[in-house]
Ligand binder design. Structure first.
Ligand code: ZN
Length: 186
């Protein structure tokens, strides 16, 4: 297992829709373990494969002291919504109020190729929606109300880390202040 560099906003891999995982082999299980270890090190509440430069539909979470992972997810969202602060490990220190469905049923596979169904509400539902968005190349700033998105873009442009990811390809990334003051990011 290894702790991988987390890709920052500006890295094209974060905007690229990921492919379905087809082979439930050792390599896939190693990816789940690398994601989990990298998330715990950050520390974060969730991490998707594109955030470590792997364009596969795989993500992990650490919510309410429970670790989980899901492969090739499809989501069923509740009509009820929740508003709350959200952050992302690919946007160090940024946190903005983000609207999400309150509950989610996520169907997919575990790393052994068994079908699984995960029911989550509140933070787990938020994490699953955030990570599934990553697999579609959608970032949490895309979900913000227009005025917050403007503020977020300004904060990003003024951040220490902005520009470090531009055209980085597979270059090693330096992570700046992964420890958020307010809580964990995703
Ligand atoms: Zn994220």
């Amino acid at each position: 297992m290894s702790i991988m560099p987390i890709r920052l906003f500006g890295d094209p891999v974060l905007l690229t829709p990921a492919s379905e995982a087809k082979d439930f082999d050792k390599e896939l299980r190693n990816l789940v373990r690398d994601l989990t270890e990298t998330m715990l090190d950050a520390p974060g509440a969730g991490l998707a494969a594109p955030q470590i430069g792997v364009a596969l539909r795989v993500f992990v979470w650490d919510v309410d002291e429970e670790l989980g992972h899901l492969i090739n997810p499809s989501l069923d969202l509740s009509d009820e919504i929740q508003d709350g602060e959200e952050g992302c490990l690919s946007f160090p220190e940024l946190r903005y109020e983000t609207r999400r469905a309150l509950r989610v049923v996520a169907k997919g596979w575990n790393m052994y190729g068994d079908p699984v169904s995960i029911e989550g509400s509140e933070l787990l539902a938020r994490a699953i929606q955030h990570e599934t968005d990553h697999l579609d190349g959608i970032l949490f700033i895309d979900r913000l109300a227009p005025e917050n998105r403007k503020l977020a873009m300004k904060e990003i442009r003024e951040s220490d880390w902005f520009g470090m990811a531009q055209g980085s390809g597979s270059d090693p990334q330096v992570r700046v202040s992964p420890h958020s003051l307010y809580g964990k990011s995703l």
